[in-house]
Design a protein. Structure first.
Lengths: 118, 140
């Protein structure tokens, strides 16, 4: 499913936590008001792009009294390092929070190269 | 600012208004109330929505007292595992509390709250006593 942002809606940068474990990177991203079908995660080369469209929540027949936040489109890109196994990436969206796990390639550990003297 | 009935020219009026506006600007600069909230009304009921991504309902407390709505809760910190490196921490965590005064008293027994997709929505019907009543005018 592709989320299609319209030009008239504001674009926000979602607040994101990035953690690194021994075996994977973990991205936790706040996307309130976003349904699974409106979230698009795009991985190309070493760039990860998130596009998430919030549901319009203006109720019909109501006047807005307090305008504390607007709804729109969340958009953000991250540069990934080479050591990530992109095919094993896993994404979960629960209660407006995206948890994206990006496993590291196992043989990315540093290797010692033996030097032969002849 | 107090608006005077006498509109005679006051050379300092505009200057002092500007001064007030500038000081208001800096008093609240950078302050963002958490959670961000929108409020709608259709005359007979209020709708309040607040963005609270990733909250557990048991950590969320919504209470109403006549015309004051209070939303309190706690955002849990991310699970800290051993050897975890934090590269970016933008989401923040901790306790929060926000109270807002509503434009009219509400019927506390009929208030309903719902949490979906990380957004809290509270529906607050106006109390019967506070609804406007039309007064019939009789001609003498």
């Amino acid at each position: 499913m592709t989320a299609k942002p319209t030009k008239s809606r504001p674009v926000f940068t979602p607040a994101t936590d990035v953690f690194e474990r021994e075996d994977a990177f973990l991205l936790i991203c706040s996307l309130p008001g976003v349904e699974e079908k409106d979230l698009d995660i795009h991985l190309e080369k070493n760039e990860l792009t998130l596009t998430a469209t919030q549901k319009e929540h203006a109720p019909e027949g109501f006047d807005q009294l307090v305008d504390g936040y607007r709804s729109g489109v969340f958009k953000r890109s991250f540069a990934l390092s080479n050591g990530i196994d992109q095919s094993k990436a896993d994404a979960q969206l629960t209660d407006g929070v995206l948890r994206l796990t990006l496993p590291k390639v196992p043989d990315e550990q540093p290797r010692k190269i033996p030097v032969n003297c002849s | 600012m107090n608006r005077k009935r006498n509109y005679s020219w006051d050379p300092f009026r505009d200057v002092s208004q500007l001064q007030n506006e500038l000081s208001d600007l800096f008093t609240h600069y950078g302050e963002t109330e958490y959670p961000p909230m929108n409020i709608w009304s259709n005359g007979s009921e209020l709708l309040v929505s607040a963005e609270l991504p990733g909250l557990e309902i048991k950590n969320l407390d919504v209470s109403v007292n006549k015309d004051v709505l209070t939303i309190q809760g706690a955002n849990k910190a991310n699970e800290a595992e051993d050897k975890t490196i934090c590269h970016r921490n933008e989401r923040g965590y901790g306790n929060f509390s926000r109270a807002v005064k509503l434009p009219y008293p509400v019927d506390v027994s009929k208030v309903g709250a719902n949490y979906k997709l990380g957004v809290l929505t509270v529906r607050l019907p106006r109390s019967e006593e506070s609804k406007p009543r039309k007064i019939a005018i009789t001609a003498a």
